[in-house]
Write a protein that binds this ligand. Structure first.
Ligand code: FNR
Length: 341
């Protein structure tokens, strides 16, 4: 799908989606670290056909990670993604940098299956607290089920492909619709705020009754702080290799964080998940579910809603087959013992 998307997208857009920070070492490692892990199946387990539902996320242990600017990939943008997520019963995390307003994304989602798990909404901490509070209320009113605060972006990563391509802003006609002022019609830019601290988590928890996840946790001490600050869950992530180059692969960060959290809250991971066997490896290391970022964009670019559906169909079939081949009946039954070494 990535190869097909690359054929179709303008090269600067492909580079914006595919690229990472600086030398892209972390970007490459996210994928290659999965390849280094090997699975050792048990036989004659009599486990039957695997069952994929994965509380608290959805119909399978996969969520759509928040990614910016879906209308760069397909005219319908986030509406197409939402329809595919709804049909598949998986959680879509709507990016703060979505190019369709959250109300319209939620309408598209409800239009397919009103009972599907509600999308979540990703936020970057904004220095303008009053704006942040208004946005939170707007997202609640739209019907999102949780917030995901991305905490790995005190400044914006240095993406050399984008600098080289001069890809520094959205093209004419596309905007971050969730940053539009309802009174003036003006669209703000997202601020990256190096002064934000844990008080931001405290304030958000006082602002909204919805579950608050923290995304971009890499250090076990921060995982413990997240638990202490009442996070509903955390997402282990290096932002798909787009922020601090030189970080370990996300899958390599996972085990020590799972140990630090000790089952108190669910732990998700994202970065480099491309196959059902990658999902199985992450679950075996203690993730409750995984996020996929770029695969959604490749699906969107190739065929809009149908492309995202196709990507999810492939993943579902691969996860189910990999679980069966490992002799396991459901995602939560996987343990580290299925991994070699
Ligand atoms: C992202 N990611 C991201 N994360 C976030 O919290 N808010 C955002 O707006 C974006 N935007 C974004 C755009 C693009 C083009 C990419 C590729 C990624 C990071 C994303 O949520 C996730 O952490 C990674 O994409 C996971 O890695 P894979 O699955 O792309 O390898």
């Amino acid at each position: 799908m990535e190869a097909a998307a690359r054929e179709l997208l303008p090269p600067p857009v492909y580079d914006f989606f595919a690229g990472g920070a600086d030398d892209e070492n972390t970007l490459r490692d996210n994928v290659s670290a999965f390849d280094r892990l090997r699975l050792v199946p048990r036989v004659l387990c009599g486990a039957g056909r695997p069952d994929l539902p994965t509380p608290p996320v959805g119909a399978m242990p996969v969520v759509l990670a928040p990614t910016a600017f879906h209308r760069l990939a397909h005219e319908d943008g986030e509406r197409a993604t939402a329809r595919a997520a709804s049909a598949a019963g998986v959680v879509m995390v709507v990016s703060m940098a979505a190019t369709v307003a959250v109300e319209e994304v939620l309408d598209a989602h409800r239009g397919v299956d009103p009972d599907a798990p509600a999308p979540w909404f990703q936020l970057y901490p904004q220095p303008d607290k009053a704006f942040m509070e208004r946005l939170v209320k707007r997202v609640e009113a739209a019907g999102c089920g949780a917030f995901v605060l991305s905490v790995d972006s005190p400044v914006f990563g240095h993406r050399r492909r984008d600098v080289r391509n001069g890809f520094l802003d959205l093209p004419e006609g596309l905007h971050c619709e969730n940053l539009r002022d309802p009174d003036t019609g003006a669209v703000r830019t997202i601020a990256f705020d190096p002064r934000s601290g844990w008080d931001c988590v405290r304030r958000l928890r006082e602002t909204t009754p919805l579950p608050l996840w923290l995304k971009g946790i890499a250090h076990p001490d921060d995982a413990r702080l997240a638990v202490r600050h009442g996070a509903a869950g955390i997402v282990v992530s290096n932002h798909g290799g787009r922020q601090l180059d030189g970080m370990p692969a996300a899958i390599d960060l996972l085990p020590s964080i799972v140990d630090a959290v000790g089952g108190r809250i669910p732990v998700l991971m994202d970065g480099g998940v491309r196959r059902g066997t990658d999902v199985v490896k992450a679950l075996a290391l203690g993730a409750t579910a995984v996020g996929v970022g770029r695969p959604v964009l490749w699906g969107l670019a190739t065929a809009g809603e149908a492309g995202v559906t196709r990507m999810l169909d492939l993943l579902r079939a691969e996860i189910s087959r990999a679980l069966a081949l490992c002799g396991v009946a459901r995602p939560s039954d996987l343990t580290r013992s299925v991994l070699c070494g």
